[in-house]
Design a protein around this ligand. Structure first.
Ligand code: C2E
Ligand code: CA
Ligand code: CA
Length: 773
């Protein structure tokens, strides 16, 4: 990671300030002087030709200064590095074109075509400028960040439209029946495409400004002005039917450079994100398709040059492909998400599907009367089968077990393999629950035929019920993992005691011991300042720059030491302490963020919200008060919620989420992929980030289906203008794979474990120093 605005300065004094302010301002001064000089070269008579001789060096100085300033920004910006890098590449390309043009101009035979190389390079900068703009407004506009296809299609259609307009409206174009486009081969065409590019870029900038909330960012207006000023001369030239730009076009072009450079020098601000709206990008593609078709038809009907129709239709083709790809991606994602729920070996549900099923039932308790039963069973002495008869015999046995158990089960129960030789069955409690046990007895009564032998297999069964008999009203804190763990505990108890089946009993299996005193401790701990936040970095996948941190709570228990969230969050949730805990966490996180901001580290901070907190309609006001008090911009706060939480009481939680968005805060979907949300719901959610669950990241390299899901999820998320953060990245290979799939950011032990703020600062400094060496 190189030095950036977001990194506290470790290099003191003069050198730092030279780099930070003096040099860029100096370069801007040079640019301003060159622009003034260029104005002077065109004002008033120039008998000795001195002024026009100065025009060339002044233009190159202006271009070089601009390139330097933009590159300076690209090196320092964290959030917008790729944007400014593209602008700086664009300047470089443009400069190269200008150099070639100068060379061509001095050779008499080629002199009339002198402007062609500059024009061609100008056109070639379009993809860079377009991408820069779209990437910048990624969350604001309705455009896919890397949607170059749409951009180029728009350029083709704009060229066809502008060309037709010129043919019809300018005397030369009209008289020559399109001669405008065929005379002076090369130059006019290039000018036409270049001017169309300016128009597309300005339209894209305006779309970003108005459909997003980018209009508050003065830098966007400066960049828009830069496009317009740089292209003004060419537009006027074409409109006049000629190719010679008016004399003022050079100084005006320099003004454009000045606008771009000023935008680069102004401090990077966090752009408020806006609810994703795929409709906009689809509408965009449709508009391009319609405009292209309309132009082609009109061109043919009016006898204008056919090339314009061809160009327009090429644009139509591009946008149509984009639309098709979009639809295909959606369908593919739906299919692979479905596939990811089956176990490869046996074809029954896998662990993910079981967890989903449980979560769904827990979120909709009414659907399971009289309650829920989870049965977990495994095969006794499976290891001996595997070792003695070989792995393929072991696999055969697992398949046979699934084949026998599945049909024996009552309707509306779900059988899944959790992994290894461990299976789970989700069913109703009551009569159906008993029938499940009967089905298991039946399935294992007969021996299995394996490798030519007849093998009798026995099993151990554990079951857990929800709600439990000691809390018939239900326990708020229960989740899928906990139910599976309880059934598992019961199963091991059965194994230990040589029983066939044991039912989980909280009194015997021990979760309640000391519970009440623990609750009292926790209540005291929340208000008594015993909660600690650890921060885990989220890094840009391709560059490793710091983009944000996730705040994760720990409890410094006076006797038990530092406790992880798994130990106390369920308690907080079941004993109505979650709101107080969340407020405390938010307070600490925002205060820490304010501290970082004061030190020059403008980092995004993510805070987790529990499902219950999402139902608290006063939350947006609380968050607002906190942000105002600490003077932290709402846009740099991210609130993570899970899909399941959003679905629990969708209307109420959605209104809380919308309230948060209205403040400008970002909302992220945590643990994405484990929940139940459908694509349609995802489209409607006003969120700006999606956190890919660790289970997918972990399996990325080993499980092709997980890889397919990750790839599709990233594509879909990008189509919906969401940032994707992959959780649980533990090795370089996974990081590389994620970066290759265009995942935006990664978080995980590979980079750092969650760290207390001071250790986090040390980690960051070491990273910066390491990168500078
Ligand atoms: P989460 O939001 O999914 O947080 C990520 C968890 O994954 C953290 O566990 C983190 O330490 C762990 N992790 C990060 N990178 C890796 C990795 O590379 N490998 C592995 N194996 N694990 C990794 P932690 O801190 O124990 O938090 C567990 C859960 O507790 C969180 O899951 C979140 O749901 C909840 N939680 C934590 N803090 C808060 C809080 O302040 N409020 C609420 N409501 N929930 C919280
Ligand atoms: Ca989280
Ligand atoms: Ca997570």
């Amino acid at each position: 990671m190189s030095r950036s605005d977001n990194v506290p300065s470790s290099r003191p004094g003069a050198l730092a300030s030279l780099r930070r302010t003096i040099l860029p301002r100096g370069a801007l001064g040079v640019l301003a002087v060159s622009a003034i000089g260029l104005f002077l070269t065109v004002s008033g008579p120039d008998p000795a030709g001195v002024r026009s001789a100065l025009a060339l060096p002044l233009s190159f100085t202006a271009l070089a200064a601009t390139w330097w300033i933009v590159r300076w920004r690209a090196r320092r910006a964290t959030a917008e590095r790729s944007v400014w890098r593209m602008f700086s590449l664009g300047c470089l390309l443009y400069g190269m074109g200008a150099v070639v043009t100068v060379v061509v101009a001095v050779v008499p035979r080629t002199a009339p075509l002198a402007e062609v190389p500059a024009g061609v390079c100008g056109v070639l900068t379009f993809p860079l400028a377009y991408r820069a703009l779209v990437r910048w407004s990624r969350h604001g506009s309705g455009v896919d960040p890397d949607d170059l296809l749409n951009g180029c299609a728009s350029l083709l259609v704009a060229t066809a439209v502008l060309g037709s307009v010129l043919v019809w409206t300018t005397p030369q174009g009209h008289a020559a029946g399109g001669g405008l486009l065929t005379s002076l081969p090369g130059l006019r065409q290039v000018l036409l495409v270049q001017d169309s590019a300016v128009i597309v870029l300005v339209v894209a900038a305006l779309t970003a400004a108005f459909t997003g909330r980018l209009y508050r960012d003065v830098r966007l207006w400066l960049v828009t002005a830069a496009y317009l000023l740089a292209g003004a001369g060419g537009l006027v030239a074409l409109a006049g039917g000629g190719v010679t730009r008016p004399a003022w076009s050079l100084p005006v072009w320099a003004l454009g450079l000045l606008a771009l450079s000023t935008a680069a020098i102004l401090p990077v601000r966090f752009v408020p994100t806006q609810s994703s709206d795929p409709v906009k990008s689809t509408v965009g593609s449709f508009v391009v398709v319609l405009a292209g078709l309309g132009t082609a038809v009109t061109v043919v009907a009016t006898g204008a040059p056919g090339i314009l129709a061809v160009v327009g239709l090429a644009g139509v083709l591009g946008s149509s492909v984009r639309l098709l790809v979009n639809t295909g991606e959606l369908a593919q994602l739906a299919a692979s998400r479905e596939e990811a729920l089956t176990d490869d070996l046996t074809g029954i549900a896998n662990r993910r599907a079981i967890v989903r099923q449980l979560d769904h039932t827990l979120a909709h308790p009414g659907t399971r009367e009289p309650g829920l039963q989870v049965v977990v069973f495994d095969l006794d002495h499976f290891k001996e089968v595997n070792d003695g008869l070989g792995h393929s015999a072991g696999d055969d046995l697992l398949r046979m077990v699934a084949q026998r158990v599945q049909p024996a089960l009552p309707a509306a129960t779900v059988l899944g393999r959790l992994g290894g030789d461990e299976f789970a069955i989700v069913s109703n409690a009551g009569a159906q629950g008993e029938a499940v046990l009967g089905a298991l007895d039946e399935a294992f009564a007969e021996p299995f035929h394996l490798a030519g032998m007849s093998v009798h297999v026995d099993l151990s069964v554990g079951r857990a019920h929800w709600p439990t008999s000691d809390s018939p009203g239900g326990e708020g804190s229960v989740d899928a993992a906990m139910l599976l763990r309880r059934a598992d505990t019961a199963m091991y108890d059965a194994k230990r005691n040589d029983l066939r089946c044991t039912t989980y009993d909280s009194a015997r299996h021990g979760e309640t011991r000391g519970l009440l005193s623990m609750v009292a401790d926790l209540r005291q701990g929340i208000t008594g300042g015993q909660l600690r936040l650890h921060y885990q970095p989220q890094l840009v996948a391709t560059t490793g720059e710091l983009a944000g941190v996730e705040a994760l709570v720990r409890w410094q228990h006076p006797v038990l030491g530092l406790l992880m969230p798994g130990r106390f969050l369920p308690l907080a949730e079941s004993h109505a302490l979650m709101d107080a805990l969340t407020r405390e966490v938010l307070e600490q996180a925002v205060a820490q963020q304010a501290r970082w901001h004061r030190e020059g580290l403008h980092v995004r901070v993510s805070v987790n919200l529990a499902a219950g907190t999402l139902l608290d309609t006063s939350l947006p006001a609380t968050v607002n008060a906190l942000l105002t008090h600490h003077r932290v911009p709402a846009t740099s706060l991210v609130l993570e919620v899970t899909e399941t939480a959003l679905l629990r009481e969708p209307e109420r939680s959605l209104s809380v989420v919308e309230g948060l968005r209205a403040l400008g805060a970002q909302v992220s979907i945590d643990d994405f992929g484990t929940g139940y949300s459908s694509l349609t719901q995802l489209r409607q959610l006003p969120v700006s980030e999606l956190k890919l669950d660790r289970s997918f990241t972990m399996d990325l390299l080993s499980d092709p289906r997980a890889a397919a899901i990750v790839a599709n999820t990233i594509n879909l998320a990008h189509a919906l203008q969401l940032r994707v953060v992959a959780e649980g990245v533990e090795d370089e290979a996974t990081l590389a794979a994620l970066a290759a799939l265009a995942c935006d950011e990664t978080q995980g032990y590979l980079h750092a474990r969650p760290l207390p703020a001071d250790e986090f600062d040390t980690w960051l400094t070491q990273r910066v120093v390491g990168a500078e060496r």
